[in-house]
Design a protein around this ligand. Sequence first.
Ligand code: ATP
Ligand code: MG
Length: 343
Amino acid sequence: MIEIKNLTKIYTTPTQEILALDDVSLRVEKGEIFGIIGLSGAGKSTLIRCINMLEKPTRGSILVGDREITALDKEDLRTARQKIGMIFQHFNLLSSRTVFENVMFPLEIARVPTNQAQRRVNELLELVGLEDRADSYPAQLSGGQKQRVGIARALANEPLLLLSDEATSALDPQTTRSILELLKDINRQLNLTILLITHDMNVIKEVCDRVAVIDDSRIVEVGDVLDIFANPKIPTTRSFISAVMNREVPEELLYRARTETSPNTTKLIRISFIGASAGEPVISNMVRKFDIDANILYGNVDRVKDTPFGNLTLEMIGEPDLIIQAMEYLHGRGLEIEVLNDV
Ligand SMILES: Nc1ncnc2c1ncn2[C@@H]1O[C@H](COP(=O)(O)OP(=O)(O)OP(=O)(O)O)[C@@H](O)[C@H]1O
Ligand SMILES: [Mg+2]
């Protein structure tokens, strides 16, 4: 759906050159929700603005669908852009137009006949749950409602691709969740490809299929969101994940386990769960099968998109042989195990 090859963007100002994107290559498949996460200034907005050619790349090429967007003339670019919807952090609505007229605007520009356009606007307002606010002005809406208008407007010309630049950053957590749910619904219902950029790992965790981490103008890690959460390779990614999911066992638990118990008869282990096994009674099966005791000391279970995901710290007490067999059993169930009190 999108293929970015060796994209470099250098901004030239009167006093300096700023390298905003450095040799970025990336593929986004049709129908997926792809997230790009990075700190402020990493180059996220530059990347998204190059995809719809609001910024002209310095080097490299970008394919959207089957069109090389970087090689189009002005007229072709105008029609190509109609198939790329965009939503923004600050909504960018026209304050003197009603909700209805805001959503109508791109259809007017595309010269869609009035009857057809009005029908389309009504459908869109229903899709985003604002059919009863058609005559309101943006100033009369909450942030979440404004973003719903932004989404309806972005979908007006039936885009192939929806770009989102920090679309939930100005919203509270609950409203953020409802907007993300709406994006997920739209993705499913319309099989619409969504590329979103954010600095918030929660957004990635709630909706994205795949994610790329951008750090200092470069893509430093790409993968399925679950794989990245389970096994982040670089420190930048780890710090984004630890902001939303605490994997650290409290220090005093570790201290007690290491000093007050014998490492032969007591093992402190951390089990990481991904997917279905989080729903199975693996721990109680293990306790029954191997005749050991297991104390749950600490843990958290969360969801990444729709998959259960988490970790559990257990104190396992019993015969050393049995403890080892029990750990092998857990490992055999596809769980990842770390021993925390081996010194
Ligand atoms: N029009 C411009 N002219 C010059 N430099 C720019 C311009 N736009 C962005 N930059 C610079 O390019 C770099 C990347 O900026 P960009 O806006 O892409 O970052 P970002 O990841 O979107 O950050 P944020 O999370 O704060 O929105 C920054 O160093 C920024 O100062
Ligand atoms: Mg930005």
